[in-house]
Design a binder for this molecule. Structure first.
Ligand code: GLN
Length: 456
């Protein structure tokens, strides 16, 4: 393929005037359309082209469907937001545009980010480019699928609440970076669970993730939870010498044999290249999943109340009182999983149960962060499997109960609950090596990930 070059090469060649941009972008869009039609990776593809400008020279970016893009449908994978075209850009998108990036379209995802396999999208189910009988992972499935399917220089913006960047990155054999909570503005992100949501990047290589983060990270006055950290340039400098790696024993319990082997081999390889390995314990791991689903669904159930057929997206025939009208629109517009989460979250927040569930989950969240802090006082990074299994087949997923579905997130929710940055880097077919660092240690994380990537 003519344009199978890295992002770095694309920028360099564009700078030197050696890329015929209109040929490049038309060829990219055509391939994107073809592949997306076959694999259902995109919710929509842009027809509006930009003039290539520095610094990015029109580098293509795809954006998860739950991130608002001006003039382009942003439906968060949900039927209830069908037809919603925001009049504004999310800050992350705006920054990409201002730097000269081209927003090529919206990637398919689980409805509002609710899911692990992208099977809960109202716009078809994305299929894994490595093997279409398997899932891309979720909820940013389309985002990882697009990076895996097309060898073009490109970056995808994803979002993670409990693992939605790492999981699809692992299943599609690409790189996924979830930054520290608050480092990237959530302005313009369609909320799932506000205290957990983070915009991040999915890319082919670690250095592209560093570039993506440099573009979108940094304080934004329009998001009150945005950290007071100014925009800066992140790099990916290979570094493994003397890196102290903690390997938590709890993250290897009940996992697939092949996953365990690949991840342990990857860690050994890092050791023989200068890293120092120690086994550690994160005892609160066993409570993380329950705490996550209580907090996430509680927040989700309040966030979804704004979708009632009055303001955004789907509208119904005005009939009966507001209760009948809202019920009719929501019955039609929300998928099964969204309904399940509204019920779960509303239950957990009910006055009699608040102390029993929600407050307890919040205390577990603190414990998890304390566990991480203890490890990071003595180690640089935690290495573990990203997911407990390789990408499952759709027919295997169909057999899972909702609870078994949730259990797949067991290894990604702890880092998300405490808001520490993490990356999934490929380490075998549809298997990811998960690297977790302390808050705001993105630079260290990128260096270590690049170090590992460079070993292959
Ligand atoms: N699978 C998790 C969930 O369903 C995480 C999703 C996400 O990070 N958006 O909540």
């Amino acid at each position: 393929m003519k344009y199978d070059i890295s992002v770095h090469e694309f920028l360099e060649q564009s700078h030197g005037g050696n890329i015929d941009y209109s040929d490049f972008v038309l060829s990219y869009l055509e391939d994107l359309k073809t592949v997306s039609k076959r694999l259902r990776l995109m919710q929509c593809i842009s027809g509006k082209l930009v003039k290539p400008q520095h610094d990015l020279y029109g580098l293509p970016f795809t954006v998860k469907d739950n991130i608002c893009t001006q003039g382009m449908q942003s439906s968060a994978g949900s039927k209830i937001l069908e037809g919603y075209v925001p009049p504004f850009d999310a800050t992350a998108v705006l920054r990409v545009k201002e730097a000269g990036g081209f927003i090529a379209g919206k990637t398919n995802c689980d409805e509002f980010g609710f899911g692990t396999f992208s099977t809960n999208s109202a716009y078809g189910i994305p299929k894994n480019p490595l093997d279409p009988t398997r899932t891309c992972g979720g909820s940013s499935g389309g985002a990882a699928g697009v990076i895996a399917a097309l060898g073009y220089p490109q970056i995808s913006l994803g979002e993670s609440t409990g693992g939605s960047i790492s999981c699809p990155a692992a299943f599609c054999n690409v790189v996924g970076l979830t930054p520290t909570y608050g480092l990237v503005s959530r302005y313009g992100l369609i909320d799932y669970a506000n205290s957990l949501d983070k915009i991040g990047v999915i890319t082919r290589r670690v250095e592209d993730a560093a570039l993506g983060l440099s573009l979108i990270a940094g304080h934004d006055p329009r998001d009150s939870t945005s950290l007071q950290i100014s925009q800066k340039e992140y790099k990916a400098e290979h570094d493994l010498k003397g890196v102290k790696i903690a390997v938590p024993k709890e993250y290897f319990q009940h996992i697939d044999k092949q996953v365990e082997k690949n991840v342990r081999d990857a860690i050994k390889k890092m050791e023989s290249n200068g890293a120092i390995i120690s086994e550690v314990s994160l005892p609160s791991t066993k409570y993380a999943l329950a705490a996550y689903y209580i907090i996430a669904t509680s927040e989700a159930s309040t966030n979804l109340s704004r979708y009632c057929g009055m303001r955004y997206g789907l509208h119904g025939k005005l009939k009966g009182g507001f209760n009948e009208y809202f019920t009719a629109v929501r019955t039609e517009g929300f998928g099964e999983e969204a309904k399940r989460r509204i019920i779960l979250g509303t239950f957990a927040r009910m006055s009699g149960y608040r102390e029993q569930y929600y407050m307890k989950a919040m205390r577990v969240r603190t414990l998890i962060t304390q566990d991480f802090k203890k490890i990071f006082a003595k180690h640089d990074v935690i290495c573990a499997p990203t997911m407990p299994v390789p990408a499952p087949r759709f027919r295997e997923i169909e057999k899972l109960t909702p609870l078994q579905n949730y259990q797949m997130d067991v290894l990604t929710v702890p880092a998300n609950l405490s808001g520490v940055p993490h990356m999934s880097v490929p380490c075998g077919r549809t298997i990811g090596l998960h690297m977790i660092c302390d808050h705001l240690q993105e630079q260290k994380l990128l260096n270590i990930a690049a170090g590992f990537e460079g070993l292959k």
